[in-house]
Design a protein around this ligand. Structure first.
Ligand code: M6R
Length: 614
């Protein structure tokens, strides 16, 4: 949930740390800090709030550390203790010589704290991380070797962590280790970088080593030594990274979110390329490692995910049941892990996650794997912890998504679900050939349809602004677009803090209709097809209660002009494919309202891009 960065090498460290933290700001941004070697001491600087506050704090100190070439940094999303300077990382041991930054949660920190206090340690912060600083410092007193001290300390720590540690008595050295939290080493000619995610150092190198759980790496400006938990040296596997530095630029857009919304046509094109060649050729999904016999014999699928990925999974359920006639359960990972699910070797379990790091989904996947299920992961991060658990890996290749509000990764997940469901239907022979060809040829022109919507964004902006003063917002839909209503509402909530809710339109009359009056906007996702007439009736019911009606539709019916104050038109499309295009105007509405209200679109309050705590 937090971001950590480190560097030891021949270049000045200050800008390396600050730039690295800036690239990790999507992981958390309520306070930040760095520790930098200064002669035989280590200086620590911290600030509450966004990184710019730390930059300001440092502006009067930069001269002290301008020649420093090693340091560690942290950007925080508070879990234990409020976002204050005292609780910000790096944390310092009582002797003042050891500093630590941490991403994750030390689960047994209370027991550790009592033990350490009994040994004379004094705690300044409310964080779990401070226990690590004191624990490693005490071990250091015994062994006078930072790597050994870290090795001894982690034996006593329970929970999830990525740690970077420096000691004033061991110049030119950073010791790092991890368990159930990501930590990657960047290997460069000028030294070694360490980060909780690749953007922390991609500007400097695209060669990396993924540290495995319980490994400890000792980095100096000229060497990298990695050992396993028993102290045996491990030969590092240096990998070439897929990310390009250019991906992290806004490319002229005001926010990353707007840029990422505009990347969606290409995201769909990329996913289809190589998998869907034409209307008449079978879908190729080499990534699915289930045998044809196993696929044919599947009688149950479970999809697990959180947030936006959960909404993509809900549409996945609809598609797989419709195309393949296999029963599918979909559940929020955080619920799945705390009940006895009927999951076994006959169940295909699909985990969906942009980051591939979400703790709830990762735990759920591990549970399902332990019960013998085949694990298929749909993720944007083929290098993630979840990907490593996969038996089949569908990498959506949407490119790095910086904005906390997921947009292009959602479209990528949806596109992958369409391919997967059609692929399975072809193997199971559950869809007739005419229907298959029609769907495939419509899919091939999806990117152009998304482009058409984006070229009309000014109209959507005008409509959005009319509703920016509202405190509440209701989205209604039926059938396959019900998850679209949930996702549209989630986008608005996340970035504008307007209380938005998605409902299956048929449920309005069972309660929510009581909230309707002339102040309440109701957006109806009115796509032509099986539920169009029903939804039109539900919209009329809402209109009769004087709600402010908005239609998102592919219909040209003149009747709509009487019913709706604002009509957002999208290109015509087969009902079952419509979620891929109906979400685009909803992303834009959320964006334009938040932007108009002056909200921090890319980094909304209280949220973080990847949620690595349960
Ligand atoms: O990385 P994941 O897809 O597993 O993340 C799941 C949710 O935390 C995520 O979708 C969240 O809801 C986003 N902020 C949505 O915009």
């Amino acid at each position: 949930m937090c971001g950590i960065v480190g560097y030891v090498g021949s270049n000045p460290v200050l800008d390396i740390l600050l730039d690295g933290l800036e690239q990790l700001e999507y992981r958390g941004y309520d306070s930040s800090g760095i520790a930098v070697r200064n002669g035989d001491k280590i200086n620590v600087y911290k600030a509450v709030g966004k990184l710019k506050n730390l930059r300001e704090e440092l502006s009067s100190h930069a001269y002290e550390i301008q020649k420093s070439t090693s340091g560690i940094g942290h950007i925080r999303w508070a879990t234990h203790g409020a976002p204050t300077v005292v609780n910000a990382h790096p944390h310092v041991s009582n002797c003042g010589k050891l500093v630590v930054v941490h991403n994750g949660i030390i689960e047994n920190y209370k027991e550790l704290k009592s033990k350490l206090e009994a040994q004379g340690c004094t705690f300044k912060s409310q964080t779990d991380t401070e226990t690590v600083a004191h624990l490693v410092a005490l071990k250091y007193e015994e062994v006078k070797d930072l790597t050994k001290a870290v090795g001894l300390a982690v034996n006593e720590i329970e929970g999830a962590y990525a740690l970077e540690i420096m000691h004033a008595d061991e110049p030119d050295k950073i010791v790092i280790t991890k368990r159930n939290a990501p930590l990657i080493i960047g290997v460069a000619n000028d030294g070694f970088y360490a980060g909780s995610d690749i953007p922390a150092f991609i500007k400097h190198t695209n060669k990396a080593v993924y540290l495995s759980d319980n490994q400890i790496a000792t980095l100096t400006s000229s060497s990298m030594k990695i050992q396993d938990k028993d102290g045996n040296e491990v030969t590092p596997k240096i990998e070439q990274l897929p990310w390009e530095p250019v991906a992290l630029s806004k490319m002229g857009y005001k926010h990353f979110m707007l840029k990422e919304i505009h990347e969606q046509p290409d995201v769909v094109r990329n996913i289809l390329f190589g998998k869907l060649h034409s209307a008449d050729t079978p879908i190729e999904l080499e990534e699915v490692k289930l045998t044809r016999e196993h696929l044919k014999s599947l009688n149950r699928i479970q999809i697990i995910a959180c947030g936006t990925s959960l909404h993509a999974g809900m549409i996945g359920k609809y598609l797989i049941e419709d195309f393949c006639q296999i029963p599918v359960d979909i559940e929020a990972s955080s619920e799945y892990i705390y009940r006895k699910t009927v999951t076994d070797e006959h169940t295909l379990v699909i985990g969906v996650s942009q980051s591939g790091e979400t703790a709830d989904t990762l735990t759920a996947i591990k549970q399902a794997k332990a019960r013998g299920s085949h694990i298929l992961i749909i993720t944007n991060r083929p290098d993630s912890a979840m990907a490593r658990e996969a038996d089949s890996l569908l990498s959506v290749n949407a490119g790095i998504e910086v904005s906390v509000a997921a947009t292009k990764s959602y479209i990528a997940q949806l596109t992958s679900f369409y391919l997967l469901a059609l692929f399975m239907a072809e193997i199971k022979e559950t869809l007739d050939n005419v229907k298959l060809s029609t769907l495939k040829s419509e899919m091939l022109i999806l990117p152009q349809k998304i482009e058409q919507i984006l070229s009309n964004k000014d109209k959507i902006q005008t409509c959005a602004r009319k509703y920016s003063g509202t405190r509440d917002f209701i989205y209604i839909a039926r059938g396959i677009n019900y998850p679209t209503a949930l996702e549209g509402a989630l986008k608005l909530k996340e970035i504008s803090y307007i209380n938005a809710t998605g409902y299956p339109a048929g449920e309005l009359k069972h309660g929510p209709i009581a909230m309707l009056d002339e102040t309440m906007p109701v957006l109806s996702i009115l796509m032509k097809g099986s539920v169009y007439d029903k939804l039109l009736s539900n919209s009329e019911e809402a209109r009769a209660r004087n709600a402010r009606m908005i239609a998102l539709t592919n219909s040209d019916s003149p009747k709509l002009d009487e019913l709706f104050d604002c009509i957002i038109k999208v290109p015509d499309i087969d009902e079952i494919l419509s979620p891929i295009i109906s979400i685009i105007p909803l992303q834009l509405i959320a964006y334009y309202i938040a932007e108009f209200l002056g909200k921090d679109v890319d980094q909304p309050r209280n949220l973080a891009k990847s949620v690595t705590v349960e």
